[in-house]
Write a protein that binds this ligand. Sequence first.
Ligand code: ADP
Length: 474
Amino acid sequence: MIKTLSVTSECAPFVKTGGLADVAGALPAALGALDVQMRTLLPGYPAVMQALKQPETVLTVPDIFGGEVRVLAETVHGVDLLVVDAPHLYDRPGNIYLDDDGKDWADNPQRFSALCQVAALIAREGVAGWRPDICHGHDWQAGLMPEYLQAEADRPATMMTIHNIAFQGLAQPSLIGKLGLDPYRFTQAGYEYWGKVSALKAGLMSADRITTVSQTYADELTTSEFGMGLEGVIRSRRDDLSGIVNGIDDVAWNPETDTAITPYKTFKGKAVNKSALQAELGLPAAKGPLCVVVSRLTQQKGLDLLLQALPTLLERGGQLAVLGTGDPALEAAFRAEARHDNVAVHIGYDEAMSHRMIAGGDAILVPSRFEPCGLTQLYGLRYGTVPLVALTGGLADTVINASPAALAVGSATGVQFAPVTADALTGALGRMCDLFEDKKVWEKMQRNGMKQPVSWDISAKAYAAIYQDMLAKR
Ligand code: ADP
């Protein structure tokens, strides 16, 4: 059995701001079936502490950044949690990364350094007799974990997974000493990034292996368009980088058993969910497709392009339902569009509603400028909700475009567009409306999507294979 410590700042169902949480929450069970024991090290935010019922204290550290830190162990919802209980760092209301003004918490470098310091302690000494063979960190918040361990001879193998390279965890160099970093590695070949400390770069330079969440995103990361300044780093580590597409949690996201909707086995069961969603949102019946969006409202997601392309969808008799939260300007712009009878906008984060949207929609729109993997198009496939997506990252890898060739052989599962512009999106919405009018073709796409394997089975095997490979090479 391979023992792995997953080091993450989010984990569903305890705390989630995006897809990272879904991945961190689903991987342990998927790997468990492959003889990998994964324990998950997670900061003790209020929501996480509340989820613990009878935790065991397995480690106490007298002082990290001015307060005592305890590690609490308990298995909750099937996830074997190791929670970093550090009230001075994590016990605060609101967003886990941002203060009330929407700015990063000023002490984020310390908050996530603490997570990584605890990870390194567990890597060296273990907890309650358990020492990992592998430490697997996610995104910049875990980036200092391999950095802290890199110089040590007797250490677990380390791996970093990039869920989104846009977030890099920058800190002032004046913090180098405080964060316990080796000042001699503050160089281009180390964790220095344009005069600052980059936690993500630290992880990418020091981890034994790197993965990201789709093959196309792995390729894109080597380019200046997508590498966000780290393309050189990625290129220098190309031989150690793999792309593994995310799966979905097929217990939470199964239309046959989903308690948030009227469950269904085939796409025919969507009709009742669509009517219910229209009623819930105050949308009339319409001749065109009901398109749904479940997303953070940010520049990345390309939803400003959707605002520009919306008239075409409405002219074709389509409808739009948006569930999202994020950038205030985008929130306001979508709210304003709700003046149309065929547009409904719900600003907020609502897990149950996201299930109703995906079950009730005819199509799910993901027009992202970049998308490392993307999950909602996978939910769409599983629920017979045809994805319309930008041709980028994981969206390129998981949807089969309704090209003339794919339609001829009957393999299409959705619609893709490129380049990621309002014009191309407008064209794609038009194509989608054409396809929707041809019921036979549309239903074939729905059936194809529902058959496509989107669970963790395949991807978990790919992770397990990398773990094995790392251990074999030691
Ligand atoms: P990202 O991680 O960039 O936000 P993903 O598509 O990988 O994008 O994951 C987003 C996850 O967050 C999905 O599970 C999606 O359903 C969920 N989500 C996003 N916005 C909302 C919302 N407003 N309400 C409920 N779930 C949401």
